[in-house]
Each structure stands twice: as structure tokens, then as C-alpha cells.
Design a protein around this ligand. Sequence first.
Ligand code: THU
Length: 130
Amino acid sequence: MMDYKELIEASFEAQKNSYAPYSKFNVGASVLTKQGKIYAGANIENASYPAGICAERVAMSKAISEGEKEFVAICISCSGDTYPYPCGVCRQFMSEFSKDLDVIVAKSKDEFKIFKLTELLPHSFDGDCL
Ligand code: THU
């Protein structure tokens, strides 16, 4: 198993910039690219609730818009005492880029679980379906 210590720490660090005045549920996410670079993001809510965006899509969009397309892992952390499983929209968003992605859900820096994205989103809809 890869050592994801730095990636997990980046996710907790990103959580500090969460803008979640409505749910008060702060989420941080960090993605590791195949080149070994880390991009991180947090959830950003909006008074018009559906306009908000999850931390995973912020982190990945930051990386993609910098030219990254290949990812090894994503770590998600949150302010609640729970494993922050990614929502369905984020699972679909992530699967566009890396089917083999390791998804780390971290309750704390030492308490985390690792899944393959294909476990969380089996039989996904993708470009081959079109
Ligand atoms: N949230 C995320 O950032 N990632 C997820 O996968 C689940 C939910 C955010 C969205 C919203 O700001 C807050 O958590 C409560 O749903």
C-alpha cells in the first residue's frame, strides 16, 4: 500500500478553507496526480443551495484546469466524526478521469479507509456508453 500521509494531511489542511455557513459541515479533499503533485480544495456553499460545490470537485477541478488528467488517489476529510464518503455526483465526476483511483475517507489523520473508486461506483456510465 502506498504511503498517503502527506495526501491525508493536505486534505485536513484544505478543510480549514471550507465555506459552509449553511450546513456547517466542513469538507476537505486532496488529489494526488500520477506525477506526484497534490492539489487540494474545500466545499463551497451558496445561499442558493444547489449552486454549492463539493470539496472533491473543487480539488479535482483545480488540478484539471492546471493540465492534470491522471490521478492516483483522492483523500476526503470532514469536520464530523464520520467517514466522509463522496456523494454520487462526485463519484461520477472522479470516474471520468481515473477509474483505478484510490479513494481515502479519513475520519482523522490516523483513522482512514481506502477503497477503489470502482467499488464505490460499479458499472459506471462513461464515454464508451455514448
Ligand atoms: N460535501 C462535500 O464536500 N463532499 C461530499 O462528497 C459530500 C458533501 C459537502 C457539500 C455541502 O457543502 C456539505 O458537504 C453538506 O452536504
